[in-house]
Design a binder for this molecule. Structure first.
Ligand code: DGJ
Length: 551
């Protein structure tokens, strides 16, 4: 029997038990439920302490949480950036340096530092896989390749990648993850400093589309599980469905009979195998402590074939496979390092998949603010988090910190408008080659047509980085709107195309603990004598604007 089957069956049984356990045996005395994802309109909220929570995040560089003394001074910068959540790795090699002997000192120290700084944590389980590889496996795993077999290339070469077809690999990882979750239930169920868990990191198969270890090759010749075929059949429009149809649309058979013999079929096979392995780990972890869990995807390079990129991860073209194989995973998340943010991120926001961006490119990039406004305003993201947050220079004056400061005062307002059709986010799209489409964009809301220009009228064109400009628009009431952003200028017309629209008032201001605190009334030169509302580049502005229609 292959591990695919063991993991798949086992995972489902435990997931069912987990649901029962949570009802019967809450690990906390607190009245508010544990962090959880909850549907809200057309979106979903991450609920923390019973309230919707917007993650103003930053992910640590890979090695920064391995030394508490190294990490300690960085919290000042995280405060200056107005983060409310730090994404931090937990390293299997340090958590279980000897088999069965767990050391929680680093985890506890991390939690203590976060608490002292009034921040939450999302823990990243660097277990069997980190960026495809298994570099974070403990040495007793790494050295014992008989007991803990590696994935192999088509030519039979062992890779520094644990094979997902080994029950020893799975059991070792699962034991450590279960120990971690049990520990968190013990030390954190009251405070809830840890609000979410990433299981593994950027899972993917390299350098071929599938593992060619003997167990993998045996599994490839076995029958495709009926639940996968059913999930693929039920998703017309999904790439896996097209693949299945092209191979004859069979409802039973081995992998090549059901999905074909090409690399795309091999990728589906691997995605299912990875997903079942993750399911076994996540569901077992949730029986100990049922925090929301997600997996993150390394995006595939355009034009590359499976095997030419970390294949079989939780990528949009494999969503049906991952959702069917790993139902205990609450969401599939993108890590985005390509410039075409709008294009690559949008497929991750689906009715069955709330958007969270654990790695939004390297921290410090000026595009982060525009990206965050688009993700949160348009795609109802539950959070945003650039990578290597401790490396950001001049955090006190960084634009990301200015955005996060604004969001800190108005997060409940924004969250209340997610999934309701009363909010949107806009930024100029950028192509994969880095070309910026600076064209103005229009949006209809509340009977008005808003035109967003991303080219600031009062700043010399050669001093503008248009790709860093973006805005978020909310309808607060009939004729009343809030705009948050940087480097955007809005003009107005009736959505019907009949008549004209004027500015009744435009107040700049800020939200302090959710309460609007007005500043200047903007008019005259500041609104171009009533022609536009402008949020200058280089800062993150908020304005409340009242409009009126006239003939
Ligand atoms: C993506 C990975 O998930 C991170 O852990 C880190 O390795 C970054 N790439 C580096 O850019």
């Amino acid at each position: 029997m292959t591990i695919t089957k063991i993991a798949g069956r086992w995972g489902r049984t435990v997931a069912g038990l987990a649901a029962l356990c949570c009802l019967a045996l809450s690990p906390t005395a607190r009245a508010e439920p544990l962090p959880a994802l909850q549907p809200y309109g057309q979106a979903a909220h991450l609920m923390v302490d019973g309230r919707p929570f917007l993650i103003r995040g930053g992910e640590l560089g890979n090695s920064s949480a391995s030394d508490l003394d190294y990490l300690a001074p960085h919290w000042e910068a995280f405060q200056a950036l107005h983060l409310n959540t730090v994404l931090a790795p937990v390293y299997w090699e340090l958590l279980e340096p000897q088999e069965g002997r767990f050391d929680f000192a680093l985890v506890d120290g991390l939690i203590a530092q976060a608490r002292a700084n009034d921040m939450r944590l999302v823990l990243l389980w660097f277990g069997s896989w980190k960026n495809s590889m298994s570099s974070y496996a403990p040495v007793w795993v790494k050295r014992d390749t008989d007991r803990f077999p590696r994935a192999r290339s088509a030519t039979g070469e062992a890779q520094e990648i644990l094979s997902p077809f080994s029950s020893e690999n799975l059991q070792a990882d699962r034991r450590a993850f279960v120990a971690l979750m049990r520990h968190l239930a013990r030390v954190d169920a009251e405070a809830r400093t840890v609000i979410m868990i990433q299981v593994e990191n950027e899972i993917g198969m390299l350098p071929d589309a599938r593992d060619h270890a003997p167990a993998a090759t045996a599994a490839w010749a076995e029958a495709v599980p009926a639940e996968l075929i059913a999930a693929v059949e039920a998703a017309p429009g999904a790439p896996a469905h097209a693949l299945w149809r092209a191979a004859g649309g069979r409802t039973s058979g081995d992998w090549s009979a059901v999905f074909g013999t090409g690399k795309a079929a091999e990728e589906v096979f691997m995605a299912w195998s990875f997903a079942c392995y993750v399911e076994a780990i996540a569901s077992a972890g949730k029986t100990e402590y049922p925090l929301p869990m997600f997996v993150n995807a390394a995006l595939n390079r355009p034009g590359a074939e499976p095997g030419g990129y970390p294949s079989a991860g939780p990528l949009p073209h494999l969503f049906e496979v991952w959702k069917a194989g790993a139902p205990s995973i609450d969401l599939l998340a993108p890590d985005i390092y390509f410039p075409n943010f709008v294009e690559r991120i949008s497929p991750f926001r689906r009715a069955d998949n709330p958007l969270f961006i654990p790695e939004a490119n390297q921290a410090g990039r000026e595009e982060a603010v525009a990206d965050a406004l688009f993700a949160i305003g348009r795609l109802d993201a539950i959070g945003f988090s650039p990578f290597s947050i401790e490396s950001i220079e001049r955090p006190e004056s960084h634009l990301l910190g200015k955005l996060y400061a604004r969001l800190a005062g108005m997060d409940q307002l924004i969250l209340a408008h997610q999934g309701q059709g009363t909010m949107t986010g806009l930024r100029p799209p950028v192509s994969n080659e880095g070309e910026v489409d600076a064209a103005a964009q229009t949006v209809d809301m509340g009977g008005y047509r808003f035109t967003f220009s991303f080219i600031d009228p009062w700043t010399p064109r050669d001093r503008q980085k248009v790709e860093t400009h973006g805005g978020l628009l909310i309808q607060l009431a009939p004729d009343e709107f809030l705009v948050l952003g940087t480097g955007v200028t809005l003009t107005f017309a009736p959505a019907s195309g009949q008549g004209r629209v004027g500015i009744e008032s435009a107040w700049e201001g800020d939200y302090v603990d959710g309460v609007w605190t007005p500043g200047r009334l903007l008019n005259g030169d500041q609104t171009h004598q009533g022609r536009h509302v402008r949020l200058p580049p280089g800062e993150v502005g908020v304005q409340r604007v009242r409009l009126y229609a006239y003939d």
